[in-house]
Design a protein around this ligand. Structure first.
Ligand code: 6PG
Length: 240
């Protein structure tokens, strides 16, 4: 694993750096493999990044959008990560509908949604024989409880190692999430973390010893590149 930690002065600088890094990975992926695959995070931090990506002139027909986690709500629900992403980014560009791969949250229950998304991912990556296909980029946020995607502390989702997608749970609300082994199969994992409220969780995630089930972001140890992009408020103590 190749781990890089960058602390940026503020959120605009954080977004600019994240955009630069993603565009670099995108260019390499399209050069080498003819397409770019990225799984997105939800929450509030990435929204300005999505708005910034939407202004770029890119070969959208070669770019495929997935979500690393999604709330088990309809795609028009205010909590939907898909809805936030469409409004901030996807509705503003000319991308083929087939290149957008939302989590099927209209399935009758979260388990069916997770199964269907996993099946879709396996078919898309034609991953016969490969246990965990590799996306080019998995973009992650981190909660102030050190959760990432929808892998929350002390939940059963943290124990799932033989699936690409599982059902997470936040305060009784089901979510669909990539598993940590699937996240770790990515060529690059990029954390985008901002705000002083994340500092205590980051200290535990970066601590030499701590409990992975209490601080799930510790489980993200990709074979490829691991990038932590932090603003100063979040990363103050991690600045070397
Ligand atoms: C979600 C996310 C989640 C998010 C963190 C941080 O669906 O909410 O994917 O893992 O990244 O909760 O959220 P903020 O960026 O809003 O702090």
């Amino acid at each position: 694993m190749n781990k890089t930690v960058e602390v940026l002065p503020d959120q605009p600088a954080l977004v600019a750096r994240a955009l630069e890094l993603i565009l670099s990975k995108l260019e390499t992926a399209i050069e080498q493999r003819g397409r770019f695959t990225i799984a997105l995070s939800g929450g509030s931090t990435p929204k300005p990044l999505y708005e910034a990506i939407a202004t770029q002139k890119l070969p959208w027909d070669k770019i495929h959008i997935f979500w690393g986690d999604e709330r088990y709500v309809p795609p028009d629900h205010p909590d939907s990560n898909e809805l936030m992403t469409r409004r901030a980014w996807l509705n503003r560009i000319d991308i083929p509908g087939a290149n957008i791969h939302p989590v099927p949250t209209l399935e009758a229950n979260p388990e069916l949604a997770a199964d269907k998304y996993e099946k879709h991912l396996k078919e898309f990556f034609n991953s016969s024989g490969v246990e965990f296909p590799a996306l080019d980029v998995v973009l992650l946020g981190m909660g102030d409880d050190a959760h990432t995607a929808s892998l929350f502390p002390h939940t059963e989702a943290l124990k799932v190692r033989d699936r690409l997608v599982t059902v997470g749970n936040k305060d009784g609300n089901p979510r669909i999430s990539f598993t940590y082994p699937f996240i770790n199969s990515a060529r690059s994992v990029i954390f985008l973390v901002a705000g002083a409220n994340k500092r205590p969780a980051l200290a535990q995630v970066f601590a030499p010893v701590a409990d992975d089930f209490t601080y799930p972001s510790r489980l993200i140890q990709p074979q490829g590149e691991l990038w932590w992009l932090l603003d100063t408020a979040a990363g103050l103590e991690l600045q070397h």
